[in-house]
Design a protein around this ligand. Structure first.
Ligand code: NIG
Ligand code: FE
Length: 419
C-alpha cells in the first residue's frame, strides 16, 4: 500500500484541481509530467512530481517504470457485465442486414439474455462476471459500474444485484451497482406495461432501498421501451429510496429522454446517438447550474460501432461546455467489448475527439458520471492510487495502436496487482 513509482516517461495526471470534471477546451489539458514519479501511502496518492524532485522514504517499495507511461485507471461508468449466455447469433444476423430492433421484436435482444440469466445460478453469474472484471483490469480499467436488468422480475433482479454486491465486496476493481429493472418489459407483462412499472415501484425499489443494493437507478427510456411518463415515475420513486437517476437516452429515437434526465438531476444521460438541439440545450443548462450538479453526457462509441448506428455528436457536446464521458456499455447484445482504449480509438476516428479529450472522458469524466471524481479519475494528491502503466512511448500511442493490450502494470489502491 506504500509505493514509490519512478521514472515515468509521461505521467498523465489529468489533474482537475478540485473541479469535479473537465468541460470544453479544458478536456484537452492532461497536465503531463515528463519523467514523473508518484508517492503512495496507505493506498492514497501523497506526492506527484518529477522523479528528480521527490525523495521517497527509506524502505519503501519502488516500481521503476523505466520510461513507460502512466495514466489514471480507466473508469468504465456504463456496463452490463453480469449476464448469462451470449448472442453471437444476432451478430451474424446483423451481418446479413437485420437491425437491432428487428432482432429484438422477433424474440432476440434483451429478452434472450433475460431468459439465460433467469436460468443461471448466482454462482455461475458470479464466476463469469469475475473473469470479465479481471480481464477489464488487465486492460486498464480499475472502476466498473455494473447494471442489473437481465432479470426483469423481482427474484432475478435481486439475484443480479446480490451478485453485483458480492463483486463489489470481493473483486480487485472498484464496482458501482446500478438497478436497471426498467431495461425492457418482460414477456409476462407484454400486455400490461403499467403492471410491470407498478412491480418495479411497489416491490423492487423498496427492497433495493432497504438493502442499499444500488447507488443508481437507470431506465432504458426509448421508443419501444419505457416512455417519458413511466421513466419519470420510476426515477422519482427511486430517488425517494436514495438512488440517483441515470438514463439510457436517445439511443434508438429522440423521445425527450435527455431533457427529462437533466430535469431529474440525473448524474448522467448515456448513449445520445440521436441527441437533439433541445436535449443539448437542457444539458447545457444543467452544467451552468453549478459544477457539482451537472449531468454528464456519457457516449458509448462501442455500441454505435457494433450496431452500425450513428455516433453521438461528441463535438457539439464538448463545444457546448457539457462534460462528456466515454464508457464501453459492455453487454452481450449491443457492445461485446470491454476495452476502454478501443473506445478511445473509436472516439478519435469516428467522433472527431482528440486523444486528450478521449483520455479525459475515459478517466476523470467517467468518475464524475459515477459521482466519484473526488476519489478517483486523476493522479492527484489525496485521491485513491489507481494508476496503470503502459508499454508505449507516449499517451497518444494508446488509441493509435489499437486492438492490442499495452498494459504493463496495474496499481490498484497502491498495490501492484499480480493475477
Ligand atoms: O445499452 N440500450 C439498452 N441496453 C443495452 C443493450 C442491451 C442488450 O442488447 O442486451 C445498451 O445498448
Ligand atoms: Fe447500456
Amino acid at each position: 500500500m506504500n509505493l514509490f513509482i519512478k521514472n515515468i516517461g509521461q505521467l498523465v495526471t489529468v489533474a482537475a484541481h478540485v473541479k469535479p470534471y473537465k468541460a470544453g477546451t479544458d478536456m484537452r489539458e492532461l497536465h503531463v509530467i515528463e519523467n514523473g514519479a508518484v508517492l503512495i501511502e496507505n493506498g492514497i496518492i501523497r506526492t506527484v512530481g518529477s522523479t528528480a524532485e521527490i525523495s521517497p522514504p527509506n524502505n519503501i517499495d519502488v516500481l521503476d517504470a523505466d520510461g513507460r507511461i502512466a495514466l489514471p485507471g480507466f473508469v468504465d461508468s456504463h456496463t452490463h457485465t453480469v449476464f448469462a449466455g451470449s448472442r453471437e447469433n444476432e451478430f451474424a444476423m446483423r451481418a446479413e442486414g437485420k437491425s437491432y430492433q428487428e432482432i429484438a421484436t422477433s424474440g432476440g435482444g434483451i429478452i434472450s439474455t433475460m431468459t439465460a440469466t433467469r436460468a443461471a445460478s448466482k454462482k455461475e453469474l458470479l464466476h463469469t462476471a469475475e473473469r470479465r472484471i479481471n480481464e477489464m483490469l488487465r486492460h486498464g480499467t480499475t472502476t466498473v459500474e455494473i447494471k442489473s436488468g437481465y432479470g426483469l422480475n423481482p427474484e432475478s433482479e435481486m439475484k443480479m444485484l446480490e451478485v453485483i454486491n458480492i463483486l463489489r465486496r470481493d473483486s480487485l476493481a472498484t464496482i458501482v451497482p446500478t438497478f436497471l429493472g426498467a431495461h425492457a418489459f418482460p414477456p409476462e407483462f407484454k400486455d400490461d406495461k403499467q403492471g410491470y412499472v407498478d412491480l418495479i415501484i411497489n416491490r423492487m425499489l423498496p427492497y433495493i432501498g432497504e438493502k442499499q443494493f444500488a447507488t443508481f437507478c437507470d431506465v432504458f427510456c426509448d421508443e419501444g421501451y419505457f416512455d417519458l411518463h413511466q421513466t419519470e415515475n420510476i426515477l422519482l420513486e427511486a430517488k425517494r429510496y436514495g438512488m440517483i437517476p441515470k438514463l439510457h437516452a436517445d439511443q434508438l429515437a429522440a423521445i425527450g429522454a435527455t431533457k427529462l434526465g437533466a430535469e431529474l438531476n440525473a448524474v448522467s444521460v448515456d448513449h445520445l446517438e440521436r441527441l437533439t438541439s433541445d436535449g443539448n440545450e437542457a444539458l447545457k443548462k444543467s452544467s451552468r447550474h453549478g459544477e457539482s450538479s451537472a449531468c454528464v453526457a456519457t457516449v458509448l462509441p462501442g455500441a454505435s460501432f457494433f450496431l452500425n448506428q450513428p455516433y453521438a455528436p461528441a463535438r457539439s457536446i464538448i463545444e457546448s461546455g457539457i462534460p462528456l464521458a466515454i464508457a464501453t456499455d459492455f453487454n452481450p447484445g449491443s457492445a461485446m467489448c470491454f476495452s476502454m482504449p478501443m473506445m478511445m480509438t473509436i472516439a478519435c476516428t469516428q467522433m472527431n475527439m482528440t486523444p486528450e479529450e478521449a483520455i479525459t472522458a475515459a478517466t476523470l469524466n467517467g468518475a464524475a458520471a459515477l459521482g466519484l471524481s473526488s476519489e478517483i479519475g486523476s493522479i492527484e494528491i489525496g485521491k485513491q492510487a489507481d494508476i496503470v502503466l503502459y508499454n508505449v512511448p507516449n499517451y497518444c500511442f494508446l488509441p493509435y495502436h489499437y486492438a492490442l493490450n499495452h498494459v504493463w502494470r496495474i496499481v490498484k489502491n497502491g498495490t501492484v496487482l499480480e493475477f
